[in-house]
Design a protein around this ligand. Structure first.
Ligand code: FES
Length: 571
């Protein structure tokens, strides 16, 4: 049997090898340490991450597969992030989860790792960790939940919370009916069933080649997920034998394939910061502009909420990711590999669309050009993004007066003031919500519309923010404005009443003032006082070292990889 990394701990007759083996013996026989691969199951199961709570059962299936292939499976609980619960925002902790997982993968006697994630930040954090530790790794996405219904209508997780809550504010749904919908929202185990960030990142892990082909998008409650988990355990053992590491799989072509997939599925804007961060861990050249260059001309083929009608259960039934990728096969890098060692495109030949309402054929797309548009201008010198597929077509070229909010608290305090000086053409600006300013770049960019405008029937307005937007949200929202206000970006200099010019076809976002006037402005003290000023702990480290959105918002000292080697012994 080939020399394993774990043999550095277990092989030999000296005192240290004795210690390493003895404390692990609790039921493991002597031959568990004879050089067979030890596979960690990086497990984000947690009762406080409800979308991932079922992953312990998935881990059991992985274990069976590892054993069957002759390996030793080892559960490795890692930091878990529940999108709906953790404060101030799960994104503040993505890099911490990635750092902790990377270090625990490297620090322990393991040869390969199966990554179990689901809720939004968990798969990105695990992929960042695996990229930097560079041991053979395969993702098992936890999968979306089944479709819940309320009053005979399907409920989209997240998307319908926004929609129903806006209906309450508009007076067209009673608070009692709204409360009743709560118990119908979450039908089963699994993550949000819209094309939100969790669905997007699970599918993009597949498009990157990091999931057993055909598995991404399998609903959490579908027994085929456990079968896939079993097979992924077997595969992890094979990957160790062949030395198939993330750096051997993930190329620039893999990331461009993921960008094509992101556009065709109408995926979350959050994928921009996550893919940039993962690529930077690997040293793969990828910029925000690649999303526009490669993805913006790709047709939208998937009719899922929030951009469309259906949900992930429908998507899987209709043929899933491979059916979509087969329609855009000519846009994919044929050389990009998967965890099996075979190219992604080699798995697409027998992919079929079983429901052309849910997944469209290339000749009949939902939109001819989807993807992410990257905007530049005097408001966003390093760029900002917008998802035109989730925006109102009539607002993609727009001029309007700014209404500026310095913080989320300022917005909440004033947004429903009947005296707020806004109309349907106003541009709502929320700043202080970038990586440093909040801190953690929360999903607040789709700020609610003023009630008085909702009551007039207004359902969308141009909104601009240095934060992110939930993948389940929709609207004409310019987000990830970079540099953020708290990092000295011109977003800090906008004043209520300034005219904002949005031109998505022209890829521009500007304040309509002269360069001289902009240069002469300084931020208002009230604006600056809204930024986070942590004094200790993770938040202090984060604010000091986090990068801007257009680079992936990783910590500067985590960019890159250290590989799997550890030179010193603990005893
Ligand atoms: Fe976990 Fe939506 S809250 S995926």
């Amino acid at each position: 049997m080939a020399e394993q990394r774990s043999s550095q701990w277990y092989a030999g007759t000296d005192r240290n090898a004795y210690i390493h083996r003895a404390w692990m013996r609790r039921g493991l026989p002597a031959h568990a340490f004879d050089g067979r691969p030890h596979i960690a199951i990086a497990n984000t199961a947690s009762d406080l991450t409800p979308c991932n709570a079922h992953l312990n059962e998935v881990a059991e299936s992985v274990k069976q597969g590892v054993y069957e292939a002759g390996g030793i499976p080892l559960n490795l609980p890692v930091v878990s992030l529940g999108e709906t619960l953790v404060r101030p925002t799960a994104m503040l902790w993505r890099n911490m989860a990635a750092m902790a997982a990377e270090e625990m993968i490297r620090a322990n006697p393991i040869d390969g790792v199966v990554l179990l994630g689901g809720c939004d930040k968990t798969i990105p954090a695990l992929l960042m960790a695996a990229a930097s530790a560079n041991l053979p790794a395969v993702v098992v996405p936890g999968g979306p939940m089944l479709t819940g219904t309320f009053r005979g209508q399907a409920l989209g997780c997240g998307t319908d919370v926004w929609r129903l809550s806006e209906e309450v504010r508009a007076g067209t749904l009673s608070p009692e009916q709204f409360a009743k919908s709560e118990s119908s929202m979450i039908r089963s185990r699994g993550h949000c069933n819209t094309m939100g960030t969790a669905s997007t990142m699970g599918l993009l892990a597949g498009a990157l080649g990091m999931v057993l082909p055909g598995v991404a998008g399998t609903p959490a409650a579908d027994s085929r997920l456990l079968e896939a988990a079993h097979d992924s355990g077997r595969l992890a053992v094979e990957m160790v034998a062949e030395g198939r590491t993330p750096s051997a799989i993930l190329s620039r072509g893999s990331f461009l394939n993921a960008i094509v997939a992101l556009a065709a599925i109408g995926g979350s804007t959050n994928a921009v910061v996550h893919l940039l961060a993962i690529a930077a861990r690997l040293g793969v050249e990828l910029t925000q502009d690649d999303f526009d260059r490669t993805g913006s001309a790709v047709p939208l083929l998937v009719d899922l909420q929030p951009a469309g009608r259906f949900l992930m259960e429908d998507f899987f039934r209709a043929g899933g990711l491979h059916a979509v990728l087969n329609e855009v096969k000519d846009l994919l890098d044929p050389a990009a590999l998967t965890v099996t060692g075979q190219p992604l495109v080699s798995y697409l030949d027998d992919a079929e669309i079983w429901d052309r309402e849910v997944i469209r054929i290339r000749a009949e797309p939902l939109q001819g050009q989807a993807g992410i548009a990257v905007l530049y201008g005097n408001l966003a010198p390093s760029g900002a993004v917008i998802k035109p597929a989730a925006a109102s077509a009539n607002l993609l070229q727009h001029r309007g007066k700014a209404m500026v909010f310095d913080s989320i608290e300022d917005m909440h305090a004033r947004i429903d003031d009947p005296a707020l000086d806004v109309d349907a053409d106003s541009v709502l600006i929320l700043r202080g919500c970038g990586p440093k300013g909040y801190p953690g770049m929360p999903e607040v960019a789709n700020l609610p519309l003023p009630t008085k405008l909702l009551q007039q029937g207004v359902r969308d307005m141009v909104r601009i923010c240095d934060g992110r937007m939930s993948g389940t949200a929709y609207g004409t929202v310019v987000l990830h404005v970079s540099p953020e206000a708290a990092a000295g970006g011109p977003l800090a200099l906008v004043r209520t009443g300034d005219v904002i010019v949005l031109d998505v076809p022209g890829r521009r976002i500007d304040i309509d003032i002269s360069a001289e006037e902009l240069a002469s402005r300084v931020p208002d003290p009230a604006t600056v006082s809204a930024y986070a000023a942590p004094t200790r702990g993770w938040e202090l480290l984060y604010v000091r070292t986090v990068g801007q959105a257009h680079t992936g918002a990783d910590l500067d000292f985590l960019v890159g990889a250290s590989g799997p080697d550890v030179s010193r012994e603990s005893h």
